[in-house]
Design a protein around this ligand. Structure first.
Ligand code: SF4
Length: 521
């Protein structure tokens, strides 16, 4: 068992909480010990929710374990029903409560409440948060949506359900607004958006739509399969993340409905394609990028980075193993082997070894990149409070593509053009000691004491592939420090690799320039 402070995903009941918190009129009774109420904080702190999630915990304590914890659970169910008057209830156990085997499902059903009660079997020790959310949504559909037959779409406006947005989802709130507008422009009505903002009564209406939009496959993929089985509804598989994917999405919706894509595609309202062509190519072309996060956002980000921004994706991977196959396939297209892990230390090692110029990741990668002094943009959950902005900031659709451009390119723009930084590198204001100009002279560079310009033996942990015997001569070290600080890590790494490959024990100025011309060929 590995104890860790950071985890990409919580246990599966946190996934169930994401569904319950997103919806209206649904209540979750969770058999859980006192400490597990911590999960509330995720929603109130990170999303700044003004109300607690609709969850009742049994909050049993150590002393209760010798008595009747099952009775505690039954009382909690009855009290929650009386107090919150929900349209439906979901019940289950947290990791710890699972071990005491009280059977919350059986007990809740035996109470005989006058509303649907949906038992959740979420194996806490084998599965995680995204799976828990997907399974909860699937169970809601299975219990609440009656099977319906299909009617032909000809002669009327088609309608769809938007499936997948939840609480604590990365920009889900704004993606829903953007995709709703886009579908309306195409000529498609929205029957239900779920789970976000839906009631159990809305879940019961899902079958009335002609088809489903699976906005987040991690959350809605299983529910969409369930709806296809019960109601014969097809699903749109393209996730409209990025300019190209949004165009593909429009084509897929139109192919399914028989609508004409031309009116929507004429005068596409996105600045992204032109901005990415017109921006100083120093910032984009060939920038080495590492991408990590949930599978859906990683696959999309790798495509946008390589096809739409001209970046060179040098590494990619995801933490949710259920979607490892899709990420491996996307990585193979770029000639890469995907990193599938939920251990952030492994991700950190990969980033340190690759020395990318930009990291696109979750909050975890933001921490890692900050430590390694690499620019970073957040593209995926888990995210922190600053990535749940007050302003409208979608990731999907045409406006989402604009947001991707802004948030991915700006970390690379250090407040001055790179060539100006280079020109004025000896100026007192722009020297290393002054730090990054956008940090007003208070950046890490300013705070750092000057590295002694003597021979420096490299720590073997710092550069695993290079012999610990290699030393930097004083003049080479001084020359290296003339290179702008945000590309210096890469230059250092490349030079050391070059020296190791050529059997050189000492790096001099000449080695530095030989390595430079070798790698720029
Ligand atoms: S037992 Fe489960 S829910 Fe409780 S703190 Fe540990 S991981 Fe979280």
């Amino acid at each position: 068992m590995q104890l860790t402070v950071w985890t990409y995903e919580g246990p599966p009941h946190v996934g169930a909480m994401r569904i319950a918190t997103a919806m209206e009129g649904l209540h979750y009774v969770l058999h859980a010990p006192q400490g597990d109420t911590y999960a509330d904080l995720l929603f109130t702190m990170i999303e700044r929710r003004g109300t607690r999630p609709p969850v009742t915990y049994t909050t049993f304590q150590a002393r209760d374990l010798g008595t009747d914890t099952a009775e505690l659970f039954k009382t909690a169910v009855i009290d929650a029903h009386a107090r919150f008057q929900p349209q439906a209830m979901i019940v289950g156990a947290s990791c710890t409560a699972e071990l005491i085997q009280d059977d919350p499902a059986g007990m809740a059903l035996a109470i005989g409440l006058p509303i649907p009660v949906i038992p959740l079997e979420l194996p806490s020790y084998q599965k995680k948060e995204n799976w828990g959310a997907a399974e909860t949504f699937r169970q809601l559909v299975r219990h609440l949506t009656p099977p319906v037959g299909r009617t032909p779409m000809a002669g009327r406006r088609p309608s769809c359900n938007i499936l997948g947005p939840t609480a604590l989802g990365f920009r889900h709130r704004d993606d829903v607004v953007e995709i709703t507008r886009l579908l309306e422009r195409i000529g498609v009505d929205i029957n239900v958006t779920a789970p976000l903002g839906a009631t159990p009564a809305d879940i019961a209406r899902l079958g009335a739509a002609d088809f489903n939009i699976v906005l987040y496959p991690e959350i809605a993929g299983e529910a969409a399969k369930q709806l296809e089985k019960m109601c014969g509804q097809p699903s749109v598989k393209t996730v409209p993340l990025g300019y190209g994917a949004t165009i593909d999405f429009i084509h897929e919706v139109c192919a399914l409905t028989g609508l004409d894509p031309a009116p929507v595609l004429d005068g596409v309202p996105s600045r992204m394609p032109w901005w990415s062509r017109s921006v100083d190519s120093t910032y984009l072309t060939g920038k080495r990028v590492f991408v990590f996060g949930d599978a859906t956002h990683v696959i999309a980000a790798a495509r946008v980075a390589s096809e739409e921004l001209g970046f060179d994706v040098v590494g990619m991977g995801c933490y949710n193993r259920e979607f490892a196959r899709e990420v491996r396939a996307a990585a193979a297209v770029l000639g890469l082997t995907a990193l599938i892990t939920d251990d952030y230390l492994e991700v950190e090692d990969a980033i340190a070894a690759l020395q990318p110029e930009l990291v696109l990741g979750s909050q975890m990668e933001r921490h890692i990149a900050k430590r390694l002094r690499i620019p970073c943009a957040v593209i995926s959950a888990p995210f922190h409070v600053q990535d749940h902005p007050a302003r409208y900031s979608p990731q999907m659709g045409f406006e989402g593509a604009n947001v991707l451009f802004d948030t991915w390119v700006h970390p690379l723009v250090m407040g001055l053009e790179e060539h100006l930084l280079h020109m004025f590198r000896d100026d007192f204001e722009f020297s290393d000691e002054a730090g990054a100009s956008h940090l007003g002279g208070h950046g890490a560079g300013a705070a750092r004491p000057a590295v002694p310009v003597q021979t420096e033996v490299l720590a073997s942990t710092e550069v695993a592939s290079v012999s610990s015997e290699i030393v930097w001569a004083a003049d080479a070290e001084a020359e290296l420090r003339k290179i702008p600080f945000f590309v210096r890590g890469k230059a250092r790494k490349n030079t050391e690799r070059f020296a190791a490959e050529h059997g050189l024990a000492t790096i001099g100025v000449e080695t530095l320039y030989d390595a430079k011309s070798h790698y720029s060929r």
